[in-house]
Design a binder for this molecule. Structure first.
Ligand SMILES: Cc1cc2nc3c(=O)[nH]c(=O)nc-3n(C[C@H](O)[C@H](O)[C@H](O)COP(=O)(O)O)c2cc1C
Length: 365
């Protein structure tokens, strides 16, 4: 218990000084020009630079990691140049920005991959549907990666991390949440491998830790975060013992020079299954010695409580940042928090991307 802490207490994160503990959570907005970040995206992130830290939308580490249309990448020079516009704009406003590195794994479709079959730890289809160039389609059975191929995917994350460095980011966050590739390896509902990347919990956590190892080699100490969602049920995710699986990974991360672990709480749909861990942050906090970021459904009061009670060191806000570009100032002034319009959460590429994106107003001074 530390009653002197609140969302406005500064925090030292590795060698970075964060002005406050209000983090903008990663949010896919699907407004890239194909896979290239745009000027409009730079404007959007710069508008939100008063966050202590911005984590960008999930970003593809390779063409095969594509799960959505108009989602940005970080595997070619055009994309790096596009992201450089974003980091310059955020830095000009005094902000700090991590890129979220992502591989969708089985949450894709041949229609998004030039006819190729999505890859995964095991040939087990996820649940749900995706928008593709041929319309809305259900997830299909992916191809299980051969053991020898897995190192190649780890290398894609390493290259993505190098490219993020080149693009001027302050760090990277690994997307280990929401049923994508890293999460698919960890949970036994999607990983039934019998090689060293499966079987025991240690085997299933191996892929995540190899990626963490590769990416921290690129970035050094205190510049790599990882997001985990132990209670997410999207895309048919499940584990027979999530407390043990996530507990193992979280404890193992103590041995790596990571900046933070970003832990997502279940949402209403996860809770309605009646089978998820809740609340997540207090459960795993004792296992991790480093900086913990909590996320999911927070407002100013509950965010402050999480800090005061020692459940986390940082609080990330997703949806509140969509409609409130100046969220920290609104919290400081106890001003009204605007509601975002869900219909414009996701765009359809660069054209006409401004509406519901960069047109949410700032407070009057
Ligand atoms: C439109 C939208 C897009 C999102 N995209 C991502 C994403 O790219 N990566 C990610 O880790 N989480 C993503 N999330 C989840 C958020 O980061 C966050 O975990 C979730 O919204 C809960 O936080 P909140 O209650 O403060 O909104 C997304 C959420 C929304 C609303």
């Amino acid at each position: 218990m530390n009653p002197t802490l609140d969302l406005f207490s500064p925090l030292t994160l590795g060698s970075l000084s964060l002005a406050n503990r209000i983090v903008m959570a990663p949010m896919t907005r699907l407004r890239a020009d194909g896979t290239v970040p745009t000027e409009t995206m730079a404007t959007y992130y710069a508008q939100r630079a008063s966050a202590g830290l911005i984590v960008t939308e999930c970003t593809m580490v390779s063409p095969l990691s594509r799960g959505y249309l108009n989602c940005p990448g970080i595997y070619n020079s055009e994309q790096i140049a596009g992201w450089r516009k974003v980091t310059n704009a955020v830095h000009e406003r005094g902000g700090k920005c991590f890129l979220q590195l992502w591989h969708c794994g089985r949450v894709s479709h041949p229609a998004l991959l030039d006819g190729q079959t999505p890859i995964a730890p095991s040939a087990i289809a996820g649940e749900g549907q995706l928008h593709t160039p041929i319309g809305k389609v259900s997830l299909e059975t992916p191809r299980a990666l051969e053991t020898e191929e897995i190192l190649g995917v780890v290398e894609e994350f390493r290259q993505g991390a190098k490219n993020a460095l080149d693009a001027g980011f302050d760090g990277v966050e690994l997307h280990g949440a929401f049923g994508y590739l890293i999460d698919q390896f960890l949970q036994d509902g999607s990983n039934q491998r019998t090689d060293k990347y499966g079987g025991s919990i240690a085997g299933r956590a191996r892929f995540a830790l190899e990626v963490v190892s590769a990416v921290t080699e690129v970035w050094g100490t205190g510049r790599v975060g990882i997001k985990l969602s132990p209670s997410n049920t999207y895309y048919g995710m499940r584990d027979s013992d999530p407390k043990a699986a996530f507990g193992y990974l979280i404890q193992a991360l103590n041995s790596f020079p990571v900046a933070y672990i970003h832990l997502m709480e279940p949402n209403e749909s996860d809770l309605s299954t009646g089978r998820v861990l809740h609340p997540v942050a207090p459960l795993f906090r004792p296992l991790y010695k480093g900086t913990l970021m909590t996320n999911g459904g927070y407002n100013k009061a509950s965010g402050n409580s999480a800090l005061i009670n020692g459940h986390a060191d940082l609080v990330s806000f997703g949806r509140p940042f969509i409609a409130n570009p100046d969220l920290p100032e609104r919290f400081a002034r106890d001003a009204a928090i605007a509601e975002a319009t869900p219909e414009t959460y996701y765009g359809q590429g660069a054209e006409g991307s401004e509406a519901g994106y960069i047109d949410y107003p700032f407070l009057e001074t």
